[in-house]
Design a protein around this ligand. Structure first.
Ligand code: GLY
Length: 398
């Protein structure tokens, strides 16, 4: 079944690649109009957020029941909106976006001490990590270096991984989730910036342990691995946000692809490129992604096609595939990334200005099993969508 899908996909991709190459300029023009549209939508978003904000809330996360949900700095999603504004600055070079981006970045500073979970990488690298590209302020670097040190306090040399959560102790002693791969980028940045190799050693070991224990033979992955903190042995393999322990939670597969692509970029280690290619092949050959380019929230959700989609997983996959294409020059990687982007900018997924709470994309799913954020906009879907746009433009100039 998967072989047939792969063959169909390859022929389809070849035709599409030829068509897409012929239409490259047209597509780029289309993406320029997407950026104009995003500017209008973010202006609307900010006008709404400023009305809704209360003291402890600093950034938007989603839009539910006609209301923007704002979160405090400790929420795992608190850095993405700042990142979105930094990427608007990258895409437009209009100083207005830099000013706004900084305004949404600075309130995150105190999170550099937050050692309660692994999410510090998402929060700090997706906000301050952009700020340091444009503003040479040593204080911002110090914030990131402290954040990396804080993340390292969660590392166990016995397990060879950073512990993801301290909560849910009734289920896991030492849980490590596939999402954790994303936070290694902060450590790789810290290693390069400080010259302290221990950041890199922890990131590499975490990625290697995850490669050994999180993946099935077909390169799909589990969401959560429960380790024995005394011995480092795997105790159980589960899901938390997916349909079942043995199913493929879409965003988890997306984090895996992105994580190993990024680790190859940062280390040049062939084993990570090989892993990223295997995961990409798995994703491209599976019905999960091939159906309409935008995956359902779980590839094995029980009521497909009557299940919600997850545009956030699609955006993460697209961003990773554009980058992976830069390393592999595999036409399938490029054409699937473009297919996803074309689906995301269709009326079905791309919101009109003034709707959707000011978020760009519709139809993401946070956690279906917990009946939370089902078929809603999510700030991190917009983040990886904007990153894909930047990578798309970079590819067009290659
Ligand atoms: N890292 C949390 C999530 O992907 O939902």
């Amino acid at each position: 079944m998967k072989k047939n899908m792969q063959m169909r996909r390859s022929i389809h991709s070849l035709i599409l690649l030829l068509l897409l190459l012929g239409c490259e300029n047209k597509s780029l023009e289309k993406f320029d109009s997407v950026i104009d549209h995003a500017e209008d939508q973010f202006e609307y978003a900010i006008s709404q957020i400023e009305i809704e904000k209360v003291d402890e809330t600093i950034a938007p996360r989603t839009f539910e029941s006609g209301k923007i949900k704002l979160v405090p700095a400790e929420d795992w999603t608190s850095g993405f909106f700042a990142g979105n504004l930094w990427m608007m600055y990258e895409l437009t070079r209009d100083a207005k976006w830099q000013d706004l981006a900084l305004q949404y970045t600075l309130p995150l500073e105190s999170e550099k001490w937050n050692d309660e979970n692994h999410d510090i990488g998402f929060k700090m690298y997706c906000s301050y990590g952009h700020a340091i590209k444009y503003i040479n302020n040593p204080e911002y670097k110090d914030v990131l270096i402290q954040s990396a040190k804080t993340l390292c306090t969660r590392y166990s040399p016995v397990v060879g991984c950073i512990r993801s959560w301290d909560s849910l102790t009734d289920q896991w002693d030492y849980p490590v989730i596939i999402d954790n791969m994303m936070n290694l980028e902060l450590l790789m940045w810290a290693a390069k910036t400080t010259g302290n190799d221990s950041f890199r050693e922890i990131a590499v070991k975490h990625a290697q342990t995850t490669m050994k224990n999180h993946f099935r033979d077909d390169y799909s992955c589990y969401h959560v691995i429960g380790y024995d903190p005394q011995t480092g042995a795997v105790v159980k393999r589960n899901t938390h946000q997916g349909f079942a322990d043995e199913s493929d939670w879409s965003r988890g597969q997306a984090w895996a692809l992105y994580g190993y692509t990024m680790m190859y970029r940062e280390t040049g280690m062939e084993e990570f490129l090989t892993q990223a290619k295997h995961i990409a092949n798995y994703l491209i050959s599976t019905e999960g992604v091939s159906e309409n380019s935008i995956p359902y929230w779980d590839f094995e959700a029980p009521n497909i096609p009557n299940e919600p989609k997850d545009a956030s997983a699609a955006a993460v996959i697209s961003s990773a595939l554009f980058e992976l294409y830069g390393y592999t020059k595999d036409g399938d990687h490029l054409s699937v990334a473009k297919e996803i982007m074309n689906a995301l900018i269709s009326d079905q997924y791309f919101a009109s200005v003034g709707e959707n709470g000011g978020f760009l994309l519709k139809h993401s799913t946070g956690s279906k099993p917990y009946k939370s954020e089902i078929d809603v906009p999510l700030v991190y879907a917009d983040y990886y969508f904007l990153e894909s746009l930047i990578k798309y433009k970079a590819y067009a100039n290659m």
